[in-house]
Design a protein around this ligand. Structure first.
Ligand code: FRU
Length: 488
C-alpha cells in the first residue's frame, strides 16, 4: 500500500494530525474564511470532540490555529455553527461586532443512554475566533427529551428581526427563535414524511436563502445529512427547496421528492459559509469528504479525513423544477499550473481520448457528446472507474471503486458500484478534480455532483486514461490542467 504521505491531499483541507469530521462554524469575517471542524487531536479515529480551527483568504491555503473549543465538565463539543453578531444584538460584545458559536454539548452517557445526552451551548469571541468564552448560562437550550438533538445552525433573519436556529430533532429538524441569541423559543418542525430517511436521525442541517438565477425571486434551501442510506449507500446530503417565513419551512415539492446534493459516497455533513459580504454574494458549501461506515478505517494513520473542495451553489430552473448546481470555487483557477488543450474531435470505439500521468492534483474540463449507445470510460487513478453511457437517449454514470487493501471494515465497506441517472441528454459538461485521495466530478454545468474518496495502491504518480468503449463520442473544449497550490 502507498505510504500515507502520498494520500495527503494537496488542495483539500486536512488536520495536521489527528481525526477530522464535520465542518463547523463556517463564517467569513474581516477578510478571513473561518473553518472550524469536528476534531480529535489525540488519535486519528473519532474521540472526544473538540472544534479545530483554521483560516484562509482564498479557501485553498489554510493556516492552522489553536483548538477553538474543547470538552469541559458539561461534555464534548459536537457540531454547530458560527455567525457574526453585527451590532451586538446579544449584548456579549460591549456594543461591538463579535463572533457567536453554537455547538452541541454532548454529555457523558448514563447507563441507559443509547447516545450522548445532547443540548445546545453558546460560546463567543471578541477577537475573530482566536479566543473563545463559553457562555456561563449554558446550555442555552436544554434537551427536550430527545435522543437526537444536535448540530445547530444559527443566522440572523432580518425580516422577522430574530435569530433563527435550525437543529436536528430526531428524524426532523426544528426551528427555534431568539431576539437576544441566549433565550430560545421553539417554533416549528419539518421533515416527518419528507425526503429521504433511514432508521437514524437526520444530522447537520443548514438553512439559507438563495436567489433563483436569472430572476428577482429567491427560495430557501434546507440541507440535511442522511446517515446510512443515502444515494450511493452510506452517508450523504439531501436538500429541500422551499419557503421560510421566519417561523416555518414549507417544502415546494411533494413530500416524496428526494433531492441529493451530491451523488457520491463521500460528501457529508455539508455546511455553507455565513456572512460572505453581499458584494461577493456567493453561497459556498463545504462537506466532510468521508462516510461513516468506513470513516474510521481509511488507510491513513497520523491524520484521518479531508474536507471537500469548497463549491459555489446556485439555484437554477430545470425541467424538473428548481435545482441546486455546483461549481468549484473560482479561486481554484489560480491553482492551474500547466494546461494541455485537446483538439475538438469525434472518437470511435476503442480510441483513447487521453492518457497522461499526473501527480498531486489535476483537473479535466470538457464537453462530451455521446451518440446513441455509446460509452466512454474514465480511469482517473488506480481503483476508480467512471463510465458515461448514452443508452437510447438517456445518460448514466456508473461509479466503480474496486476492492482495496486495508482492515476488514475498509475492505468490506469501501468498494462500490452504483449508477447515477443524468437525464435525457446526449451532450454533457464534465469538471473533474483529482487530488491524491479524492475524485470530485461535476456534470451538466454542475447540476450533478459526485464526490468519492480514492486510495490507490499504486503511486505517487497516477495514470489518467479515458477511452471510448462503444459507439462514437465527440469531445469539445477539453483542457487538462496539472494543479499546484497558488502562491499567496
Ligand atoms: C455528523 C455527526 C453529528 C455530530 C458529530 C459528532 O457526522 O454525527 O451529528 O454532531 O458528527 O462528531
Amino acid at each position: 500500500m502507498l505510504a500515507e504521505k502520498h494520500y495527503r491531499p494537496l488542495l483539500h483541507f486536512t488536520p495536521a494530525f489527528g481525526w477530522l469530521n464535520d465542518p463547523n462554524g463556517l463564517v467569513y469575517k474581516d477578510g478571513e474564511y473561518h473553518l472550524f471542524y469536528q476534531y480529535y487531536p489525540c488519535d486519528s479515529v473519532w474521540g472526544p470532540m473538540h472544534w479545530g480551527h483554521a483560516v484562509s483568504t482564498d479557501l485553498l491555503s489554510w493556516t492552522h490555529l489553536p483548538i477553538a473549543l474543547a470538552p469541559d465538565t458539561l461534555g464534548m463539543c459536537f457540531s454547530g455553527t458560527a455567525t457574526v453578531d453585527y451590532g451586538d444584538k446579544s449584548g456579549l460584545f460591549n456594543g461591538k461586532d463579535g463572533l457567536l458559536a453554537y455547538y452541541t454539548i454532548a454529555a457523558e452517557k448514563r447507563p441507559d443512554d443509547v447516545d450522548f445526552p445532547q443540548s445546545q451551548g453558546l460560546a463567543y469571541s471578541h477577537d475573530n475566533g482566536r479566543h473563545w468564552t463559553k457562555y456561563s448560562g449554558n446550555p442555552v437550550i436544554a434537551n427536550p427529551g430527545l435522543q437526537d438533538f444536535r448540530d445547530p445552525k444559527v443566522f440572523w433573519h432580518s425580516p422577522s428581526q430574530h435569530w433563527i436556529m435550525v437543529v436536528t430533532t430526531g428524524q426532523q429538524v426544528s426551528i427555534y427563535r431568539s431576539t437576544d441569541a441566549k433565550n430560545w423559543q421553539f417554533s416549528s418542525s419539518f421533515g416527518d414524511g419528507h425526503g429521504a430517511h433511514d432508521e437514524r436521525a437526520w444530522e447537520c442541517p443548514d438553512l439559507f436563502e438563495i436567489k433563483i438565477e436569472g430572476s428577482t425571486e429567491s427560495r430557501w434551501i434546507l440541507i440535511v445529512g442522511v446517515q446510512r442510506e443515502a444515494y450511493a449507500g452510506g452517508s450523504g446530503t439531501q436538500y429541500f427547496v422551499g419557503q421560510f417565513d421566519g417561523e416555518r419551512f414549507i417544502d415546494d415539492h411533494t413530500p416524496e421528492t428526494v433531492l441529493w446534493l451530491d451523488h457520491g459516497r463521500d460528501f457529508y455533513a455539508t455546511q455553507t459559509w455565513a456572512d460572505i459580504p453581499q458584494s461577493d454574494g456567493r453561497r459556498i458549501a463545504l462537506a466532510w469528504m468521508s462516510c461513516w461506515p468506513y470513516a474510521n478505517h481509511t488507510p491513513t494513520q497520523s491524520w484521518r479525513s479531508a474536507m471537500s473542495m469548497p463549491q459555489e451553489l446556485t439555484l437554477k430552473p430545470t425541467n424538473e423544477g428548481l435545482r441546486l448546481h455546483h461549481a468549484f470555487i473560482r479561486e481554484l483557477d489560480a491553482a492551474h499550473a500547466t494546461t494541455q488543450s485537446l483538439a475538438d474531435k469525434t472518437y470511435t470505439a476503442s480510441a483513447s481520448l487521453l492518457k497522461t500521468e499526473w501527480e498531486a492534483a489535476a483537473r479535466l474540463t470538457l464537453n462530451v457528446t455521446l451518440d446513441d449507445n455509446s460509452s466512454v470510460s474514465l480511469t482517473p487513478l488506480q481503483g476508480t472507474q467512471l463510465i458515461l453511457t448514452n443508452q437510447n437517449g438517456a445518460l448514466t454514470l456508473r461509479c466503480q471503486r474496486f476492492s482495496a487493501r486495508g482492515d476488514e471494515t475498509y475492505e468490506q465497506q469501501f468498494p462500490h458500484d452504483y449508477t447515477v441517472e443524468l437525464g435525457a441528454n446526449r451532450k454533457i459538461s464534465l469538471d473533474l478534480l483529482l487530488d491524491r485521495s479524492s475524485v470530485e466530478l461535476l456534470l451538466d454545468d454542475g447540476r450533478y455532483a459526485v464526490t468519492n474518496l480514492a486510495f490507490p495502491e499504486q503511486g505517487p504518480s497516477h495514470l489518467f486514461s479515458a477511452e471510448v468503449t462503444s459507439g462514437a463520442v465527440t469531445v469539445n473544449n477539453a483542457h487538462w490542467h496539472t494543479l499546484a497550490l497558488p502562491q499567496t
